[in-house]
Design a protein around this ligand. Structure first.
Ligand code: C2E
Ligand code: MG
Ligand code: MG
Ligand code: MG
Length: 280
């Protein structure tokens, strides 16, 4: 207000920019401290077969609790980590922590029927040595228990390189899902060459598929196309029984979402789901 009156129209804007920059700098420092200390956690969201209703896997999702700010959303700190060069060490931590959890579950008698999915950022994916790098971080025996999720738009940043990297990942024994599918404009030709196993139907289409013919048609088309290409489909963000039923009717293979189960700690996951699968 005052700045406007004095004719210096941009000073408020500059102040706000400076405050924002300062906040982001503080947040970066505290995220780094959380990463170095033990301030980050992984949560695990169960995934189910839509035909049999059986647990088939889980997705690991990163969580950050800050003493002052409380829970910070990954929608906020993952982009920050990407921007500030922290995503590779953070991604390494996620992979190692996820493997530690798989081993801990196994020792308690829970063997995940399918794979544990782990999200990979654009900058991690932008590494021609990614397959070797990940294999070096974890035990060889865990490779067959892990699926990597990469968003569709990240595949398309450099599709030719993506083709090579995905092939190397598959050759090493990782499974591969294309995350947030339907939002990233990939071409059919590339989809065939990406060597993925599964398409994850973006939450936005699932959310609106019962109210919008348009979105239902998109879901239908994605499932038909995936089938033609020999890819599994996994629906994200299923919140109601009606959505689950509609997806099953369209032939979607698997689903995750609040209707089935929220992301929970490794201990809670074991307590909730351990009894539903075969124990060792
Ligand atoms: P994403 O990989 O697409 O993960 C799915 C998001 O949907 C998660 O949000 C999950 O908690 C949320 N979700 C699951 N079921 C439902 C539902 O029924 N309704 C609604 N409204 N949401 C649901 P979250 O945990 O906040 O993560 C957001 C995004 O942050 C992820 O999207 C992923 O792109 C990124 N992210 C999370 N953890 C990691 C990580 O360890 N590494 C990287 N690189 N990215 C991560
Ligand atoms: Mg994901
Ligand atoms: Mg994502
Ligand atoms: Mg997604």
């Amino acid at each position: 207000q005052h700045a406007k009156q004095s004719g210096n129209g941009s000073s408020h804007f500059n102040d706000a920019m400076a405050r924002d920059l300062h906040h982001r700098q503080r947040m970066t420092e505290r995220l780094l401290a959380a990463l170095k200390g033990d301030g980050l956690q992984l949560c695990y969201q169960p995934q189910f077969d839509l035909t049999t209703g059986e647990l088939v896997g889980a997705e690991a999702l990163c969580r950050w609790h800050d003493a002052e700010w409380g829970w910070v959303s990954p929608g906020e700190f993952i982009p920050l980590a990407e921007e500030r060069g922290l995503i590779r060490p953070l991604g390494d931590w996620v992979l190692q922590e996820a493997c530690r959890q798989l081993v801990a579950w196994r020792h308690s008698g829970l063997r995940l029927p399918g794979r544990l999915s782990i999200n990979i950022s654009a900058q991690q994916f932008d590494d021609p040595q990614l397959a070797g790098h990940i294999a070096g971080l974890i035990e060889d025996t865990e490779i067959s228990s892990i699926a990597l999720e990469i968003t569709e738009s990240d595949f398309m940043r450099d599709p030719e390189q993506a083709v090579d990297i995905t092939r190397a990942l598959r050759q090493a024994g990782f499974a591969l899902s294309i995350d947030d599918f339907g939002t990233g404009y990939s071409s059919l030709a590339y989809l065939r060459r990406f060597a993925a196993d599964a398409l994850k139907i973006d939450i936005s289409f699932v959310r609106d598929m019962l109210t919008s013919h348009h979105d239902r048609a998109i879901v239908d088309t994605i499932i038909a196309m995936a089938r033609a290409l020999g890819l599994r489909t996994v629906a994200e963000g299923v919140e109601t029984r009606e959505q689950a039923a509609a997806l099953a009717e369209l032939g979607c293979d698997q689903a995750q979402g609040y209707y089935f189960g929220r992301p929970v700690s490794g201990v809670a996951f074991f307590e909730q789901w351990g009894a539903t699968v075969g124990r060792d």
